[in-house]
Write a protein of this length. Sequence first.
Lengths: 292, 207
Amino acid sequence: MPSSLINRDLISINDLTKNEILFILQLAKDLKAKPQPTLLQNKVLASLFFEPSTRTRLSFETAMERLGGRVIGFADKDVTSASKGETLYDSIRIIGQYADVIAMRHPLEGSARRAAEATDKPILNGGDGANQHPTQTLLDLFTIQETQKKLTGLSIALAGDLKYGRTVHSLMQALLHFSPHYLEELKKNKIKFSLHEKMEEVIKQADIFYLTRIQKERFADSMDYERVKNVFRLTLAHLIGVKKNLKILHPLPRVNELDDKIDTTSHAYYFQQAENGLYVRQALLGAVLGKI
Amino acid sequence: MRRQCDFLKRGLFEPGRGQSINPWLVGRVRWPERPGELSEQRKLLAEHATIHMTQDKKLLVSAIKNGTVIDHINAGQALKIIRFLNLAAQNKLVTVGLNLPSKLMKIKDLIKVEDWEISLEEANQVALIAPQSTINIIKNYTVTKKFALKLPEKIEHLLVCPNPKCITNHEPMDSFFYVKLRKQKVEVSCKYCEKQFALDEIKDYKI
């Protein structure tokens, strides 16, 4: 199995088979239990963030450093030749000659797939506009598996910005492998699903409650944003009578949709979720560089 | 009638299934009164005759000696096909018929291009827009090749992704779409931004 991932790009969660996903989750589990500080010695990660990011960028960079590798890159496109009008293709082609693996985020959809055409070094997509964010999906799956000890037969509630939130889109696609599904596909596969307007209607049945921020920056019309920004706000009151094993996940950052009073309850798991990003990204870096 | 028979015998139109024309059959076809009783081949022959000749025996669309005939295009799609195939820029003689009477389709469009042979790839692009159209290659007034149209699996260069945030609209690069048929409708999905579109959502072409 490892050989199929060597030198592979990870652009979309659809690029991975179920077995490959399970393999990466197992690697992440191993790395979480037993760190490997010299695994990627003498390897260089190019961390290219054409759009702001905190967790994804820092966890990619930390993942590389903690495996003994080094990091080059930028976190602001204004300091790059992109600001002079250089095409993404040229930038990646050149940077690919410097680094062994590239992690990138870019505001345009499809930019990661385009970048992958410019270099034969593996590209790990850290988010391309509202399209895909596969490493977030892997860490979400890892966290679901860690908290529920399984990925099948779970009731998963997705709430918040289901239109623009790419983490929700990618997670749904990945969960196809394990059961829940996109609406049309759901019908086709006869998988039970329901749509609700209020979180209260589903939270009591859920094993996983996956809440997302309303993606203000992706709204074309600011009036639309104002209308929905306060619709989903999870508070302590929602947690009365929920399942004991319920875990609340959130890709973070949160704005006001997730009350910080929930942080101290046994249901909050979003900070551990963010930590798991480190192990999943370590697993990916190790796998695509052929070291695991 | 004499003029019509001569015209048909000389093969100035495309016979229905690619066979040489049976003069007896042609002589009988004219303006069928009961089309329901005609064989498929006779129907096609009758239809071609109708296109080329009106009741007052004037030629509507002239026959070509050598070239390509794209027939049975659903009405309104011919200009799109001309754009798709970039026919206007090829300096070939192109005859276009819009909203022509058709026994089979009621009205249809038709394109004839002199001295130009469509490729299989191009024919499949036509299938994208007008899947039921027929494409014949004509040599010396005779059909020498017919294309069995099938949807292409992918379309490179041609379409402009309607997603304004797609990388293909911001970099000097070719677009790339995967094609699939869903509930009898052609759907394309962008290889890059992964968005899916019905074909009529594509408003612009890179030509």
